[in-house]
Design a protein around this ligand. Structure first.
Ligand SMILES: Cc1cc2nc3c(=O)[nH]c(=O)nc-3n(C[C@H](O)[C@H](O)[C@H](O)COP(=O)(O)OP(=O)(O)OC[C@H]3O[C@@H](n4cnc5c(N)ncnc54)[C@H](O)[C@@H]3O)c2cc1C
Length: 447
């Protein structure tokens, strides 16, 4: 159980770091206690849509300088624009290699994706099956769109989305229609309403005969449209291929939008990353949980997990990417927020009364969203102010940013995960050079 690098957390931050380490030949292990935030995400990669002062951002990377002046301790401010760009470009290429095509607008601007409510969210990269609405002209090229659901599916209500869309000035000249298409096997699935989720529908549509029947019904229900918007009900690995097939059968241009969890678009990213990591030879311990660690001389030496009990897992360097409150990477006690595995130092923790804004839908960020572990520029945390040199933090566990208000969630997770991996790789190379040099010296002495 001795590794070059051990990563705690199987979300986008942990997996980005693990893949980069495995690519560089490091013996790597990932320990992931449960599902990551990707199961709840849109599957688009947000980089930066809003500055901390609330100002909207059209082009994320050029805004990093202003971000640094507003928030010097922001994770992006620690990494700098170039590092973040490199990380996001690497992620895009790596995912393409896995068959998941993520694209940005050619003009370096964020684009909008439509939500199930018929509102728009600004983002940087979207999967090829998601329609990118340009910022400057939302309804560009659209005269008639159809919002289509599966009859009986509760997680997407097209009429609600259509009502909200039609209120927008940009859609004033666009005809918006809705339809509910019957799914073959509907009768059987209805026996248990809990089994009529996106993931269950995707299993039915994987069957080509049923997909043909669905396509036929879709043509009858929709008639004519420039764009058909469907909820994400197509499989994890083969979702994009199924949509292509459906486009061929119907002659419609089809796009998908994320639904309520489980979000197939997010799961698609996670599954692709996990498979790629395993193909690279990485070890993934799913369903195990890190409970504690042992430190020596300012370094983390070993960790202990629930399943391995008193058998320690040892590594040269460790990444803690256990997420925020959502994934139990942070824990809120009555009067303090803490990091539960190692008891790392937190960024200023104010009194509970100041953890949140009085209004839930406040334009300002809720302070608890920015709570997290305090780290230095290399992303090393401290315990009682002592830096832990071989332990790093990445992703939602970090302090000083609000992924929701800023629209920066996956962007920060990928950039910090990649940045840590680069440091782990350099440390590993130095160690090898040192070992080779020492061996050569010994051989010379013997000779
Ligand atoms: C509902 C929701 C929707 C979002 N939508 C978007 C979006 O559309 N686009 C976007 O860019 N961002 C979005 N975000 C933000 C973004 O998803 C997160 O910021 C990002 O995924 C965080 O990744 P992470 O790897 O840091 O943490 P997580 O994804 O939370 O992963 C943490 C991992 O650590 C594991 N873990 C925790 N404790 C332990 C332990 N003791 N031992 C072992 N493993 C442990 C967890 O089980 C989990 O696997 C969304 C966030 C939420 C909550």
């Amino acid at each position: 159980m001795k590794f070059d690098s051990i990563i705690i957390g199987g979300g986008v931050a942990g997996l980005s770091c693990a893949i980069r380490c495995a690519e560089a030949g490091l013996k790597t292990a990932v320990i992931a206690a449960g599902q990551s935030a990707l199961h709840f995400s849109s599957g688009s990669v947000d980089v930066l849509s809003r500055l901390p002062n609330g100002e909207a951002v059209n082009a994320p990377f050029p805004a990093f300088e202003e971000l640094k002046s507003q928030c010097p301790s922001h994770p992006y401010s620690k990494l700098g624009e170039l590092q973040c760009r490199e990380a996001i470009n690497w992620y895009q290429d790596m995912m393409e290699h896995c068959g998941v095509y993520l694209t940005a607008q050619p003009d370096e601007q964020n684009h909008y994706r439509v939500t199930p409510m018929g509102t728009f969210r600004s983002t940087w990269l979207s999967q090829q099956t998601v329609h990118q609405f340009p910022q400057h002209q939302l309804a560009e090229g659209l005269a008639e769109i159809a919002l289509v659901t599966v009859d009986g599916f509760r997680d997407f209500q097209p009429q609600l989305a259509a009502d909200n869309l039609s209120k927008l000035q940009a859609f004033a000249g666009v005809k918006i229609k809705t339809a509910a298409v019957e799914l073959p096997d509907f009768e059987n699935m209805q026996r248990n309403p809990c089994e009529f989720r996106s993931i269950d529908i995707s299993r039915v549509l994987r069957d080509e005969t049923k997909l043909h029947a669905f396509a036929k019904s879709m043509i009858q229900q929709v008639g004519k449209a420039d764009l058909v918007v469907l909820p994400a009900i197509f499989g994890n690995g083969d979702g994009a291929a199924t949509i292509k097939l459906l486009e061929g059968l119907t002659d419609f241009k089809i796009c998908e939008l994320p639904t309520m969890p489980p979000s197939l678009l997010g799961i698609r990213l996670e599954e692709a990353m996990k498979s790629h990591y395993k193909r690279l030879g990485g070890l993934l311990l799913s369903g195990d949980e890190v409970l504690k660690g042992e430190f020596n001389n300012g370094c983390l030496e070993k960790i202990f997990t629930r399943n391995h009990e008193d058998i320690p897992l040892v590594a040269d360097s460790f990444l803690l990417a256990s997420g925020s409150f959502f994934s139990k990477g942070l824990s809120a006690q009555r009067h303090a927020v803490c990091e539960p595995i190692f008891g790392l130092d937190m960024a200023d923790s104010t009194h509970r009364d100041h953890w949140y804004q009085p209004q839930f839908f406040s334009p300002q960020s809720h302070p608890f969203m920015k709570m997290g572990v305090e780290c230095n520029k290399q992303l090393n945390p401290t315990i009682n102010q002592q830096v832990i040199k071989n332990l790093y933090c990445a992703g939602a566990i970090l302090a000083h940013y609000d992924p929701v208000q800023e629209g920066s969630g996956s962007g920060v997770a990928i950039s910090t995960g990649y940045y840590v991996a680069q440091q782990m790789i350099t440390a590993h190379q130095h160690k090898h050079e040192h070992v080779t040099e020492t061996q050569a010296k010994q051989e010379r002495t013997i000779a």
